[in-house]
Design a protein around this ligand. Structure first.
Ligand SMILES: *Cc1c(COP(=O)(O)O)cnc(C)c1O
Length: 353
């Protein structure tokens, strides 16, 4: 142990990945951003190891790395735009197009490029309106159409008064629009449909080859296989009223000040540590006697079974954590557990065991 580390129970993690690939036929693994905390190149190697032929990345900036670490096809989910200066035109790259003028522009620039057309859903992020499908098809020219894509809201936002039937109804209506259009493909790439929703859609549209694009539930679907641990780098006994840190804050009680690996550069404290500021609020908290009243915020570090308080906002690579005197503090060199948001976490090392 030397820093802010991710330990992966490799056998367990791979079992979940393999089971998901098996259960969700035709899936395209999403490998974008920080690689869900695991890194994009590791994920690309895993995708190849389980026999997947296509991966999906978020942006063109991610394409060169993907082409280098993966031998199959690379789908770019951010639609191609003519002003992109980093768009990679390679025969292994599948572009997404969501505007009629972009279809025409790419057809002129790279006539035989492989493309998906995307339909605009209630996400309102990218995509063609269904009334634009005919014009988009007319603009395709020699572009090779490999499918149609839809990106739906997260399941928790499905249904409700605004969207009766939720994601299934919306996907179904796009499937119907696709069938009656001139769009010459039976492959439908879907984002954020649950297994049940894909099943319902497939049952109603058996002629469609539905391919879910999945990141989180594939890579982070078994969090028990992942543990994040941070090394205690230093430790100081502190007394109530003693001033510490960059901000020279007074310690609220006697206790131990721990310096632990893991700071803002690792993604710690991105949910802005908020000390309650208003006098009334502060008074209420003081009455309750919590450390929050002393202007402290709860950290993601767990010591002796409880989340502990930041003694001050996290530094770039370390955090200062206050542990009250009633708790036995860990020793320097010990590891403590940390709760992280994997999509914003960066580790000093990732250890597959
Ligand atoms: C990120 C993304 C996904 C994968 O999302 P998860 O919630 O990680 O499964 C799928 N489709 C699109 C278009 C995305 O941007």
């Amino acid at each position: 142990m030397s820093g802010f580390e991710l330990d992966v129970d490799a056998a367990r993690w791979r079992r979940h990945v393999a089971a998901t690939v098996e259960a969700r036929r035709g899936l395209v693994p999403v490998i974008k951003g920080n690689g869900y905390g695991l890194g994009r190149s590791l994920l690309a190697m895993e995708a190849a190891a389980v026999g997947l032929g296509t991966i999906a990345v978020g942006t063109y900036a991610e394409v060169p790395g993907a082409l280098a670490s993966f031998a199959g096809d690379v789908m770019v989910m951010t639609p191609w735009r003519p002003f992109f200066t980093d768009a990679v035109l390679d025969d292994r790259v599948i572009h997404t197009l969501g505007r009629i003028s972009d279809v025409a522009d790419l057809a002129a620039l790279a006539p035989s490029a492989r493309v998906l057309l995307e339909g605009e859903t209630s996400m309102s992020r990218h995509g063609l309106d269904r009334h634009e499908l005919a014009a988009a098809v007319a603009a395709l020219g020699d572009l090779r159409l490999e499918g149609f894509a839809i990106h739906l809201p997260l399941q928790a936002a499905s249904g409700g008064p605004g969207r009766p039937g939720g994601n299934v109804a919306e996907a179904e209506s796009w499937a119907a629009a696709l069938e009656t259009s001139q769009v010459d493909t039976t492959t439908l790439y879907v984002s954020h449909l649950t297994p049940g929703e894909v099943g319902a859609l497939a049952a109603r549209r058996p002629q469609l080859d539905i391919r879910p694009r999945i990141g989180t539930s594939l890579w982070l679907g078994d969090l028990g296989a992942l543990s994040v641990r941070a090394t205690v780098l230093d430790s100081h006994l502190v007394s109530r009223g003693e001033h510490i840190g960059y901000r020279q804050r007074a310690m609220p009680r006697d206790g131990t000040l721990l310096v632990i690996a893991g700071g803002t550069s690792h993604g710690i404290g991105l949910e802005a540590p908020k000390a309650s500021s208003g006098a009334v609020q502060r008074g209420k908290l003081l009455a309750k006697g919590g450390l929050e009243a002393a202007g402290l915020s709860l950290s993601p570090f767990t010591i002796a079974g409880k989340q502990r308080w930041f003694a001050e906002p996290p530094h770039m690579q370390a955090s200062m954590i206050f542990v009250p005197a009633s708790v036995t503090a860990p020793e320097v060199g010990d590891a403590v557990d940390v709760a992280v948001r994997f999509t914003t976490a960066t580790f000093d090392s990732i250890n597959l065991r």
